[in-house]
Design a protein around this ligand. Structure first.
Ligand code: T5A
Length: 209
């Protein structure tokens, strides 16, 4: 059986990842490609428990290193129990954030050593890499405004961060895309939704069998 493809969505808060992830699954469905939609941190019951720990704005301080380890703990559970089995069944996996988020947020945003992140990624992913990454790029102020207007509950630990933090995260994402242009497609996410999906449809056309 042919292995499925792993598509990841990346970008700062409010870039439209969840909206676009659903749209990608609908596109794949229209093209008779079976797909699983999932997210990080989380995606399985146990990994969702780690998500709660890492996103919650609690009393205790969480160091950048501890935050990085928790992201990879959740990713290890997710890769083993959901992503790899789905790909091996021939399904495509559409994942709202993956390791590029750790590179951008923990690496770019918090200053965690890139070598540590890459060594944890090697260990946890054991050769698994996204086949295609859609980087939804937009000015930080626009993303934060969209996220703010959609928010229902209290702000999480990341949403409480400063605009400067998100500028570093965005710059780190764009640098990753500059280094890996074949895998990472930069999408102008500041445009209206129809224009965003048009750009993504063009990428998917090239990827689909
Ligand atoms: N994190 C995660 C790390 O630090 N390291 C890691 O390794 C990982 C995996 C997770 C947090 O964890 C951090 C990063 C994050 O801070 P999350 O659940 O991914 O958080 O949530 P957010 O990124 O905060 O996701 P948001 O829901 O805020 O943003 P989305 O999913 O990008 O945006 P979406 O689709 O919900 O859209 C937001 C609003 O904008 C509208 C939508 O309708 C919605 O109202 N919208 C548009 N409006 C106009 N034009 C468009 N083109 C639009 N697209 C969407």
């Amino acid at each position: 059986m042919t292995r499925g493809s792993l598509i990841t969505l990346e970008g700062i808060e409010g870039a439209g990842k969840s909206t676009i992830a659903r749209w990608v699954c609908e596109w794949l469905d229209r093209h008779a490609i079976r797909a699983t939609l999932t997210r990080e941190p989380g995606g399985t019951p146990l990994a969702e428990r780690v998500r709660q720990i890492v996103l919650e704005r609690g009393q205790e301080r969480l160091s950048a290193a501890a935050e990085t380890l928790l992201m990879f703990a959740a990713r290890g559970i997710h890769v083993e129990n959901l992503i790899r089995p789905a790909l091996e069944r021939g399904e495509w996996v559409v994942c709202d954030r993956f390791t590029d988020a750790t590179r951008a947020y923990q690496g770019g945003g918090r200053g965690v050593d890139a070598a540590l992140i890459e060594s944890l990624a090697d260990e946890v992913q054991n050769g698994l890499q996204p086949d295609c990454t859609l980087l939804l790029d937009l000015p930080v102020a626009v993303g934060l405004e969209r996220a703010r207007s959609r928010r229902a509950g209290p702000v999480d630990r990341f949403e409480a961060e400063t605009q400067t933090f998100f500028e570093r995260v965005r710059a780190a994402y764009l640098e990753l895309a500059r280094r890996e242009p074949r895998r990472i497609h930069v999408i102008d996410a500041s445009l209206p939704l129809e224009a965003v999906t048009r750009q993504i449809g063009a990428v998917l056309e090239r990827l689909a069998p």
